[in-house]
Design a protein around this ligand. Structure first.
Ligand code: PGA
Length: 244
């Protein structure tokens, strides 16, 4: 049984005060259960603050939005996955904004995957095609390349999460239809199984998830959760998504 996983990606939003306000309101209305796992990925600056504020509540783990691959050293401005492990269970890697705005390569992403796993974090590897690649019918090839490279040094016994995030759907208000997403998720599932990854590996969909499309996306057999950007910044809309 794959427990549904709903992840809030706050990106570069929320001061400490704003983040704490969100969590305080959210926790009043969210009751952790075994039927859905909810993860908050705030900016680095909020991780310690939220981990202290939420120490009473078991059911709301934290994730980071990125990490470096080394344990420590002269890497100005970078964050070690071993430091993150003190507050986080998960880390997002290979997000399209990292790939396309900051020029992260598949090679860097696979090193980060390895570092995260060695630090005992669960990486959420994001993959997705651009509009141009989709128009040229290259979706399957692009995703296969990102999977092959990203998981190059990861043993199939390792717990990981995948997130399919079509670049053309992120922050655009234009989500993939449930059928479009399901088609790709089934291909990703087949790839994972053919490379001996567990049937329990969860595959999330991300890209303009909103309260009104969350249910239909989650009804697809190969969509095991959602990675939510914009709609995770308002307590009401995120609660509706969590209660899809
Ligand atoms: P969005 O972002 O929900 O605002 O489209 C999703 C993401 O980038 O993870």
């Amino acid at each position: 049984m794959r427990t549904p996983l709903i992840v809030a990606n706050w990106k570069m939003n929320f001061s400490n005060e704003e983040g704490l306000k969100f969590i305080t309101t959210f926790q009043k209305n969210f009751h952790p259960s075994k039927t859905v796992e909810v993860v908050i990925c705030p900016p680095f600056t909020l991780l310690y603050y939220l981990s202290v504020a939420m120490s009473e509540s078991e059911g709301l783990p934290l994730g980071a939005q990125n990490c470096h691959w080394e344990k420590a050293g002269a890497y100005t401005g970078e964050i070690s996955p071993w430091f993150l492990k003190e507050t986080c269970r998960y880390v997002l890697l290979g997000h399209s904004e990292r790939r396309h705005i900051f020029g992260e390569t598949d090679d860097q992403i696979q090193k980060k995957m390895r570092g995260a796993v060695m630090a005992d974090l669960i990486p959420i590897l994001c993959v997705g095609e651009t509009q141009n690649e989709r128009d040229q019918q290259k979706t399957a090839k692009v995703l296969e390349g990102q999977l092959t490279e990203g998981l190059k040094s990861i043993s199939p016994q390792t717990p990981i999460v995948l997130a399919y995030e079509p670049v053309w759907a992120i922050g655009t208000g234009r989500n993939a239809t449930p059928a479009q997403a399901q088609e790709v998720h089934a291909q990703l599932r087949a790839w994972l199984l053919s490379h001996s990854f567990s049937t329990e590996t969860r595959i999330l969909y991300g890209g303009s998830v909103k309260p009104d499309n969350a249910g239909a996306l989650m009804a697809q057999p190969d969509i095991d959760g959602l990675l939510v950007g914009g709609a995770s910044l308002e307590v009401d809309s995120f609660l509706k998504i969590v209660n899809y």
